[in-house]
Write a protein that binds this ligand. Structure first.
Ligand SMILES: *Cc1c(COP(=O)(O)O)cnc(C)c1O
Length: 308
């Protein structure tokens, strides 16, 4: 039953370290899921929640969305669809490879229909002609944008703050999270409603995110910022240092980070703490947004660089 989405228990919060007087704690949204290791988890769980409820209320039986071949969002939609009896269609950027990678094999095993779109058409995927083509082909569907960011996604992500208020005596001074489209950050900023501070760590190169997040907010707030220093060359790019950090982190703290989002977040956060960016006594909460489904495909492509 889809209403079960309302009864999900809050993801755990765990203290991680105290460095130079800064208390670092983690919101384990990677454990926010219907069952262990389900890619319908993390910020994708929060972003999809109200979209799934809305689609169901509309009587829509089919979800359609877009993503790259290793997309956490594609895996999450495929899994959510199989949990709640939606047909799912994944429009995948690029061409079909003879062998499905672990992300697409998983999506396929959930019953997702995979439709490949060449890169030029994929760039045009929001144009009315492309959407009309897809409707002609597949009939009616509930459209979820690439990455899952829309108003309902932001509403879902804002609930992370409500959860923190129930779980902690006071809100952490600073909430840090990784950003792709910035939708999750927009939700967190809305939830904070002017209180404390949020810092987004961009997983992409460039400084366009600030404006994008601004445009998603109903009112303007000044208690947030985006750090653009820890992209490691750009989206899905990485260096030996980042891989070393992620492996080392696992050895120390016994939970996994991914090289696309959360690895870059924690690397940046440790770096900022070590540089004295935060006052001693500050409580910093990092959100583990999930994304671990991608590890299998990453290790397959890059010869087991990550040793877990
Ligand atoms: C999708 C994703 C993000 C980015 O979320 P946005 O809302 O697009 O900024 C961050 N972390 C993980 C693990 C993700 O899968």
């Amino acid at each position: 039953m889809i209403e079960a989405l309302h009864e999900q228990s809050p993801s755990p919060i765990q203290p991680l370290a105290e460095i130079s007087g800064v208390h670092l704690i983690v919101k384990r949204d990677d454990l926010l899921n219907l069952q262990a290791d389900d890619p319908f988890c993390g910020n994708k769980w929060r972003k999809l929640k109200y979209n799934l409820l809305h689609a169901s209320r509309l009587g829509c039986k089919q979800l359609l969305t877009f993503g790259g071949a290793y997309s956490n969002h594609i895996a999450a939609v495929a899994s959510a669809g199989s949990h709640f009896d939606f047909k799912t269609i994944g429009i995948i950027r690029g061409e079909r490879h003879p062998k499905l990678n672990p992300t697409l094999a998983f999506a396929h095993s959930c019953g997702m229909h995979l439709h490949y779109l060449d890169r030029a058409s994929f760039r045009n995927k929001t144009s009315p002609t492309v959407i009309a083509d897809l409707r002609r082909r597949y009939g009616d569907f509930y459209l979820i944008p690439e990455g899952g960011t829309n108003e309902l996604a932001i509403q879902g992500c804002s609930e992370l703050i409500r959860e923190l208020e129930l779980q902690l005596p006071v809100l952490p001074d600073v909430i840090c999270l990784s950003c792709g489209t910035g939708g999750t950050l927009a939700g967190v900023i809305s939830g904070l409603n002017g209180r404390n501070r949020a810092i987004g760590f961009s997983a992409l190169k460039g400084s366009f995110l600030r404006e994008a997040v601004e445009a998603m907010l109903p009112t303007s707030f000044s208690n947030w910022q985006i750090d653009t220093e820890y992209h490691f060359g750009g989206y899905a790019k990485f260096t030996d240092r980042l891989i070393h950090f992620i492996n080392d982190f696992y050895g120390k703290y016994q939970f996994r980070l991914d090289p696309i989002y959360t690895g870059k977040l924690f690397f940046g956060l440790f770096d900022l703490i070590n540089c004295g960016f935060f006052q001693p006594g500050t409580t910093v909460l990092a959100v583990h947004t999930g994304g671990l489904q991608g590890l299998k495909g990453f290790n397959e492509r890059f010869n087991g660089l990550l040793n877990f």
